[in-house]
Design a protein around this ligand. Structure first.
Ligand code: URA
Ligand code: SF4
Length: 217
């Protein structure tokens, strides 16, 4: 089987810093195959004036149906962690590295099971993330999980080696070079952690968010 050419989102991203226009245009994106079988694209949400941007991986089943990021179980963990770090939802713009839900379905099953997006799909979708960064121009960027971290910090980036650090984005495609970057685990990783380690995993997420909040002037 030969790999199909993946066009990428660039041709679909309008040249604008208007989040409403971007959010409208993303529904027509055919930059990769992930739109197939989904309900809709899930664009970021939050005020254009947000000083902090949080990036997850991709919408899940709930987000695909609702059209909003982080409204399912992982979103509840994130909401709790933001509250614990004294960050309000109004301060943050919340989005994902990939805008369509990638899933598989076990034979004969209705339930859609999350599938991690490939590097090709992450790179294909990245123009939307860059457009969001250009529109919101946050001071602080929090990358939640390996997919988001690699999307902006490069494919060789090791999340666990850089927890608790304040980083600069190395990718020349990232629009704002004054950006300070913090990486953390994905909230759904907290949910996947066995019970005995779950509180520690959650506390780690909160600590990273506190670090991010401390960078806001
Ligand atoms: N996981 C994510 O990474 N993003 C969402 O929006 C929901 C779950
Ligand atoms: Fe476009 Fe991203 Fe959806 Fe692929 S996942 S179709 S690049 S919006």
């Amino acid at each position: 089987m030969t790999a199909r050419h993946v066009e990428g989102a660039a041709a679909y991203v309008p040249e604008t810093v208007d989040l409403g226009r971007l959010a409208g245009a993303v529904q027509g994106c055919r930059g990769c195959d992930l739109f197939q079988g989904t309900t809709q694209a899930v664009f970021g949400a939050g005020p254009a004036a947000a000083t902090m941007m949080l990036v997850g991986e991709q919408p899940g089943d709930h987000e695909d149906r609702d059209g909003k990021p982080f409204v399912g179980p992982a979103g509840r963990v994130l909401d709790d962690a933001l509250l614990a770090a004294e960050i309000t939802r109004e301060q943050v713009y919340l989005t994902n590295a990939v805008k369509h839900f990638k899933f598989t379905r076990a034979a004969g099953q209705k339930r859609r099971i999350h599938k991690t997006p490939s590097r090709t799909e992450v790179v294909a979708c990245r123009p939307w993330l860059f457009a969001e960064l250009g529109a919101v121009q946050p001071d602080v960027l929090v990358l939640l999980g390996a997919t988001a971290a690699k999307a902006l910090m490069g494919n060789d980036f090791r999340l666990s080696a850089h927890r608790g650090e304040v980083l600069r984005p190395p990718d020349p495609g990232v629009p704002d070079n004054d950006l300070q970057v913090v990486v953390s685990i994905h909230p759904s990783a907290v949910l996947r952690t066995p019970r005995e380690g779950r509180d520690a995993a959650y506390d780690g997420l909160v600590a990273d968010l506190r670090l991010a909040a401390s960078l806001l002037v």
